[in-house]
Structure formats: C-alpha cells, structure tokens
Design a binder for this molecule. Structure first.
Ligand code: SF4
Ligand code: MG
Length: 320
C-alpha cells in the first residue's frame, strides 16, 4: 500500500523586501497511514511553515504533495474545501487559535457549522458532547470560556475541534510546548490513544527531541528549510550521522551516568534564509565543512535501510 502522504521537493518562499525567504526549500518525505512523523529543529527552521503548507493554510511555492495518491498542491476552491476536512492542525498555544468570546461548545461546534456537517441542532449538540468525551473534557465546562480553563483543558478543546470533521491527517505544531511537564504527558497520551482508535496520521512538530522520541515512528530533522536527516525514531536515537543532528541530540539530558556524552556547542553564524547562497546551509557552523560544502548543496541520500542523511562527508565523518 502506498503512503497516505507523499511530499516531493516541497518549497515555500516568502517575498521580503530583500528578496525571497526560503522557509521550506525542497523537502521530501512519505508518511504511512496511522503513523507519526516527528519534525524537529530549532525555531526558524521552517517546520511550522511546512505544517501549514501541508494543511493548506499556506500555498506552496513549488513541489508536490500527494494525499491518498492525489496531487493536492493545486486545487480549485471546492476541492480545497473538501481536502481541508481531511487535514487539520493543532496549534502550540491553544489560546491563540481559539476565539476567547466563544464558549467551549461553540468552539468545538464551529467546524461542524462551517461544513454544515450536522442535519440539525440535536445532532450537532450530540456530536459536540461526544467530542468532549473523546478528549476527556467534562460536560460541565461546555458553557465555560477558554480563559476560565487551564492550559491542558484548552489544548483538549483544540484537539476536539481538530477532530470534529473526522480528519485522517493532523499536524500537531508544538502541541505540548506551552504546558507543564505533567500535563504534557497527559496530552501526549491522549494524542496516542486517539491515533490508535481513529487510525490518525500525525506530523508532529517540535523543537524538543525528547517529546517525539516515544510517539514518532520516524523523525525528520530540519535545518534552515532543508531536511538534513530522516530515519526511524529508534534508529535515529541510536545512530545519528548528520553533524547538526549530533549537536541537537547531544543537548538532551541523559538519565544514566554511563551514557554521559559531551554536549556539542555550535559556533559560527547561522546562514540567512533570505536569498541563501549555494552550498550546505549548515556549513558556517559545521566543524567538518570543506570547500565543496560552500558551493554544492548536499541531497538526502540513504546511508542504511530507511535512514537518509544530507551531508557530502557523512561516510567519512562517521566511518561508515
Ligand atoms: Fe558539514 Fe559539509 Fe556535511 Fe554540510 S555537507 S554537514 S558542511 S560536512
Ligand atoms: Mg513554530
């Protein structure tokens, strides 16, 4: 069976006074139904933009996205509306994506209303009550306003709203980053349970690798609009070959002393994503950079089964 989502050479550039900001610059991956791809990288690497392009919140500049085998990059208005139903987004700060003047039940019902998904008011109310149950929100908060609830419950509203139209694919953009540790675990568990029950497919965006470790099947590491490494989650934690991934993983605290690893601190200037020069975007910060790195951009290549790295000298650096 083919992948639910196939992304090929996807690009999103933004016009800025100085030229073009290359937020997403040639990203490719495929994602199977019911699976989770974690996307990690520091802020500004284009991961949120990637998510927004995938769910049609932004139009792509180039490349192709296939969903269930169909190209969804250029759709007319009607097809776009249909496609949007299947693809939803959960945001980092649920409060910013929620209208504070609406009650919990109104917020959850809004997508149902927009799509006229219910035959009558009773059906709509039943659906909203069922969605609240699904995400673990007590019915007594139905008439509350989001500001009256804590961050965890506000994120549950965001999840219920994202589920209202029974999507197949959900982009989770830093959904637990604004929450306390204990609440983070609850929301992550909820997302995992929902995935199993509804066979949901997730793109899970985060700057925190430890968050995606257990919930992702695969992990893609992004650096300045490029995907620099992509592998199964377990594989990536065991073997990380790209110099940037090595630095990123060295920053994770290790629970056991014998796993002590020196933190790799990155020096050097971050390349500007505006009119970027040719070559590897990581070169100014890379300890292994050679002349070739400054003029030729490395492409993702398979170094072992299902493990791809974009680095000219990956074999040398890792003695592969
Ligand atoms: Fe470093 Fe060159 Fe590899 Fe880029 S291509 S990560 S600069 S060694
Ligand atoms: Mg972001």
């Amino acid at each position: 069976m083919g992948a639910l989502l196939e992304v090929t050479d996807l690009k999103k550039y933004f016009k800025v006074p100085q030229g073009a900001l290359h937020a997403v610059d040639g990203v490719s991956f495929s994602l199977g139904e019911g699976k989770t791809l974690g996307i990690v990288g520091e802020s500004g690497c284009g991961k949120s933009t990637l998510g927004r392009v995938l769910v049609h919140l932004l139009e792509s500049t180039g490349g192709m996205v296939r969903f269930e085998g169909r190209d969804i990059t250029r759709l007319d208005k009607k097809e776009l509306k249909h496609s949007r139903r299947n693809m939803q987004m959960i945001f980092q700060d649920p409060y910013s994506s929620i209208n504070p003047r609406m009650t919990v039940s109104e917020i959850i019902a809004e997508p149902l209303d927009i799509y006229q998904a219910c035959a009558n008011r009773e059906e709509r109310n039943r659906k909203v009550a069922a969605l609240m149950d699904t995400v673990g929100l007590a019915q007594r908060v139905a008439d509350s306003y989001p500001h009256e609830l804590d961050g965890g419950r506000r994120q549950r509203i965001g999840i219920a709203r994202a589920l209202a139209l029974s999507p197949k694919f959900i982009v989770c953009d830093e959904p637990v980053s604004a929450l306390d540790m204990s609440i983070q675990a609850q929301i992550l568990n909820l997302l995992q349970d929902l995935q199993k029950e509804m066979n949901l497919t997730y793109l899970f965006i985060t700057h925190d690798l430890s968050v995606v470790k257990h919930i992702s099947n695969d992990i893609g590491v992004m650096y300045l609009g490029n995907m620099v490494e992509n592998a199964g989650s377990k594989e990536l934690f065991a073997h990380h070959y790209h110099p940037y991934t090595k630095a990123l993983l060295s920053a994770i605290p290790r629970p056991k002393l014998h796993q002590k690893q020196e933190r790799i601190l990155l020096k050097g200037e971050i390349t500007s994503p505006i009119n970027p020069k040719p070559g590897c975007r990581f070169a100014p910060r890379c300890a292994y950079a050679k002349e070739r790195c400054h003029c030729e951009q490395p492409q993702l290549e398979e170094v072992s089964c299902g493990h791809q790295v974009a680095c000219h000298y990956v074999r040398e650096i890792n003695s592969l």
